[in-house]
Design a binder for this molecule. Structure first.
Ligand SMILES: C[S@@+](CC[C@H](N)C(=O)[O-])C[C@H]1O[C@@H](n2cnc3c(N)ncnc32)[C@H](O)[C@@H]1O
Length: 345
């Protein structure tokens, strides 16, 4: 009797420079997966020996640290790098699937880095949108879609998939989370905490008393203040002048090793010190008594020596008597870092 072998393909994306770690995660989660790099240490094709549904289920059960985004490859088409590719892609998508009238559909198109084409990803998106509006009267939306059509364009092939946003690990194209830069924004670091709030499903406004360690110039502090928290900021460096007189902010212009607080003073601790993980953990531990039992900690972890899995393991083991690791994730706004979400024991 013949047995059907169910295989599937996906496009995976990590932060640039971290694709090899992302591929390690993929192979650990789905042994036997073949990964082929498509874009400079960032985007890769995954050929998995299990079904599409099983791949999605495994990623849902064990969220990866470095795989930022996934989309299934349900169809491919050859490309000629000519305008006619636009028609070919629109025809493929409209032939492959049907859509409900009024369906909120996001069409996300990316291309290989440095690839020269006679059309832009935006033009591909427009061509697909026009076709699907005309045929199915879909409602094109950038976010909060019911389903996402994903297209990844290389020199000779387009990889196309249709999936629910929750299947893709992130509903941003390639997991590239974009926030509007505010005119008076104090630091780019603010985006890291904004993204952590989204990624970990936190509601920062639900906390009342935050401790910010390594707070200057104050991007994270400013977000916590915006969310209505009372904030204690520790940093020997200068906080931004726009913050110093804030009625809900107390600033200690000191090294974190020289401050102490009564037990259970805070329900949120954030730490973005950009230090060696071991030093950071040593500095953090004496302050953890001040975090309430069940309180949340968000900590950025600098990846120093090219052994990121070991660094996350060692640090979470050092912190384990005090903090339980809920998730570790390399956020889009992290550089050579990952962000830890922990709960006080
Ligand atoms: C990456 S910056 C923090 C950026 C900040 N999260 C923001 O949003 O603006 C790192 C900060 O950690 C501070 N830092 C480093 N070591 C520290 C220590 N031992 N105690 C307190 N702050 C420290 C540095 O002075 C620096 O201002």
């Amino acid at each position: 009797m013949e047995t059907a072998t169910l295989t599937s393909s996906f496009i995976g994306t990590s932060n640039r420079g971290f694709a090899l770690y992302a591929q390690d995660e993929v192979r650990r989660l789905i042994p036997g997966t073949k990964c082929t790099e498509l874009s400079d240490q960032e985007v890769f094709l995954m050929q998995c020996p299990i079904s599409r549904e099983e791949v999605i289920a495994r990623f849902g059960a064990e969220e990866p640290i470095f795989v930022r985004h996934l989309h299934p490859v349900d169809a491919t088409t050859e490309l000629n790098r000519q305008e006619s590719d636009l028609h070919r892609l629109a025809a493929l998508v409209s032939r492959e699937w049907s859509f409900r009238t009024g369906e909120r559909l996001a069409i996300q198109v990316r291309k290989q880095d440095r690839l020269e084409l006679p059309y832009s990803p935006a033009q591909v998106r427009e061509a697909l949108t026009d076709k699907l509006e005309q045929l199915f009267q879909i409602e094109p939306v950038p976010r909060e879609a019911e389903r996402i059509v994903s297209v990844y364009v290389t020199a000779d092939t387009a990889y196309v998939g249709l999936s629910a946003p929750s299947d893709n690990l992130s509903d941003w194209a390639g997991g590239a989370v974009r926030f509007q830069r505010e005119e008076d924004q104090i630091s780019r670091a603010k985006f890291k905490l904004l993204e952590a709030e989204q990624e970990f499903g936190l509601d920062l406004a639900a906390f009342s008393n935050g401790l910010d360690i390594g707070a200057a110039p104050g991007g994270w502090t400013s977000l916590l203040l915006e969310r209505g928290l009372r904030v204690t900021a520790i940093d020997p460096g200068d906080m931004h002048p726009s913050l110093v007189k804030h009625p809900k902010l107390t600033i200690y212009r000191r090294n974190a090793r020289d401050v102490q607080f009564p037990p259970q003073s805070f329900d949120l601790l954030v730490c973005d010190m950009s230090w060696s993980p071991l030093q950071m953990a040593k500095l953090l531990i004496p302050l953890l008594d001040a975090l309430r039992t069940g309180g949340t900690a968000i900590v950025t972890l600098k990846l120093m020596h090219g052994k990121p899995f070991q660094t996350v393991k060692d640090t979470s083991r050092t912190l384990a008597p005090y903090l339980e690791l809920v998730r570790a994730k390399q956020l889009f706004h992290n550089r050579d870092e990952v962000t830890l979400f922990l709960i006080k024991r």
